[in-house]
Design a protein. Sequence first.
Length: 58
Amino acid sequence: MRTTYGYTQQELSNLSGVSLRSIQLYEQRNKDINKASVDKLYCISKVFGCKIEDLIEK
């Protein structure tokens, strides 16, 4: 989703307030985004203008 919007990982981090390292780990699937805090998911979803559910991997 991040690349679709044209953001770098650093830009997404700055806009969402979620650490760059967390974003990197979610994208590398070394950290399960499904277990992320609601606060982090909410902040990322606000940047993309989507629902939290859209960020969850099925």
